[in-house]
Every structure is written in C-alpha cells, then in structure tokens.
Design a protein around this ligand. Structure first.
Ligand code: NAD
Length: 248
C-alpha cells in the first residue's frame, strides 16, 4: 500500500460532510466466513438453487438443513475482525455516518457499529411466511426442521433476501438516500457483481462522492468508479485507514 494513497483517502474522509461504508463478503473472510464467489467460494461446494425462494418453499426441509449448517451452526458463531472494529471506531468518532452491508452475518453490530443498513437482511431474525411475525432465531431454536411459527404454524424463513426475492423497500430506500448524501464511500470486500446492491457505489459516485475501495484484488468497481484503491486485506487496510483518519 502506498502511504500517499492512504493519506489521500484519510483526508477525503476527514474533509467530507458524510462518509459511508459499503461492505461485502470480503470484510468477513478474516472472521472465517468464506465468500460465495471465487475459488474458495461457497458456490463451489453448495447448490445456490437451494437459496432460491421457490426452491425454499418447495423443499423447505432440505433447504433448512443446509441453511442451518452454513448459517446457524457456522456463520452465527463467527466473531468480528479488525475491519469491523475499525468501522465501528470511525462511527464512534463521528467520521462515518453508517454502514450499508450486503452481509447477513451481524458482525458489524457485534463490533459496535450502531447504524447498519442490512441490504440483504440478517440471519439474526426469522420471519413467518404465513403471518409475517418475526422472531429472534436463537429464541425459536432449530432442533426440528423446518422451524414453524409459534403463533400460526406457518413456515419460518431466515430474514435474508433469497434469490428471486426483491430487496425490502425500506432498506433499499434508506441505502440509496445514504449513498446520494455521501461525500465519500469506503467500499470493502465486494465483487460488485450482485445486483441491485452493486448499484450503491455508482449512485454515490454519480452524486459526487469519492470512492475509496479496499479489496485483495480488483473488482468490477476498480477501473470504473474507484478513486483510490487500497489493495490488501480488509483487516489491515481498514484499520490503517481508520488510524490515518483518527490520528491525522
Ligand atoms: P463476493 O463473494 O461476490 O466477493 C467477495 C469479495 O471480497 C471479492 O471481491 C474478494 O476479492 C474480496 N475479498 C476476499 N477476501 C478479502 C479480504 N480478506 N479482504 C478484503 N477483500 C476480500 O461477495 P459479495 O460481492 O459481497 O456478494 C456475495 C453476496 O453473498 C453478498 O450479497 C452477501 O450478501 C452474501 N454473502 C454474505 C456473507 C456474509 O454475510 N459474511 C458471506 C458470503 C456471501
């Protein structure tokens, strides 16, 4: 990493009215959660079809067996890493307005971030497909699959956006508004290939935001919209960026 690029990125964040972070699976890789895409990605081992809402409704027990194994026996036990903590520090010091995340792992909140817009929802909650009631996953328990609504007996689904499902209006609206108001956006660990979430940095850029990107390799954004590319691991780069912002 060039110290010049880091100093320039820190100055942009310090000088802008509002900085926002946009995060993808890459920020949680160092917490032990693999991304979906790429050579180590989950889709090389598992069938993404089971995360299509039509398949989920048609084969709920089979879908839930995989969901439980991947998300509740594994992801739910992961801990935040230095990158999540660095973003929480920036927010605490008034240098970051919010995090917009594509992740469903709850690690930004676990690190202390307060304003987190979960674009694809979170595994923290379960929602009933029949009556719409919501429950904390840990309160329901997953001993019998599929889990059923304690109130009406309907099928419970993790409150995450499945393939073929739309993004909930409220989180979409808020995320777009935050992107439009941002003077700087820190884009961390995302390929930029998942629509419509991938539009968020372009929306910010079109309204004049500077884009600071952190990734171990180039993404769809790097040559199209990124102003400063900080190549490296999220834990190292985000910590270094936060220290440069807060110490400078
Ligand atoms: P992705 O799987 O498409 O891409 C991950 C990105 O992270 C890549 O660009 C990769 O180069 C980068 N990366 C890998 N290791 C990194 C590191 N240590 N530091 C910095 N960058 C690193 O992820 P995506 O674009 O976020 O899209 C996948 C979708 O799947 C997302 O919408 C997300 O909802 C979901 N997902 C979530 C989780 C999670 O909640 N932790 C995990 C996997 C997938």
């Amino acid at each position: 990493m060039s110290n010049h690029a880091l100093a320039e990125a820190a100055a942009i964040i310090r000088d802008c009215a509002q900085a926002v972070a946009f995060t993808g699976a890459g920020i949680s890789v160092e917490s032990g959660i693999p991304p979906f895409r790429g050579p180590e990605g989950l889709w090389t081992k598992y069938d993404p079809e089971l995360f299509d809402i039509r398949q989920f409704k048609a084969r709920p027990k089979e879908s839930w067996e995989l969901i439980k194994k991947l998300f509740y026996d594994f992801v739910a036990k992961a801990r935040p890493n230095a990158a999540h903590y660095a973003l929480a520090d920036l927010e605490r010091h008034g240098r970051l307005a919010c995090v917009i995340t594509q992740n469903i792992d709850n690690l930004h909140q676990a690190a202390g971030s307060r304003l987190v817009h979960e674009y694809h929802g979170s595994i923290r909650d379960l929602v009933c497909l029949k009556c719409g009631a919501r429950f904390l996953a840990e309160a329901v328990g997953l001993d019998t699959l599929p889990p059923l609504c304690p109130e009406c007996g309907g099928l419970l689904k993790p409150d995450i956006v499945f393939f073929s499902e739309p993004i909930p209006d409220e989180v979409n609206r808020t995320s777009v508004q935050q992107a439009q108001m941002a003077g700087a956006m820190i884009v961390i660990g995302t390929t930029g290939e998942v629509m419509p979430a991938s539009r968020i940095p372009y929306i910010a850029k079109n309204r004049g935001a500077k884009i600071i990107e952190i990734n171990v390799r180039e993404s769809a954004y790097t040559h199209r919209t990124t102003d400063i590319f900080l190549e490296g691991k999220a834990s190292v780069m985000t910590r270094a960026l936060a220290e440069a912002v807060l110490g400078g």
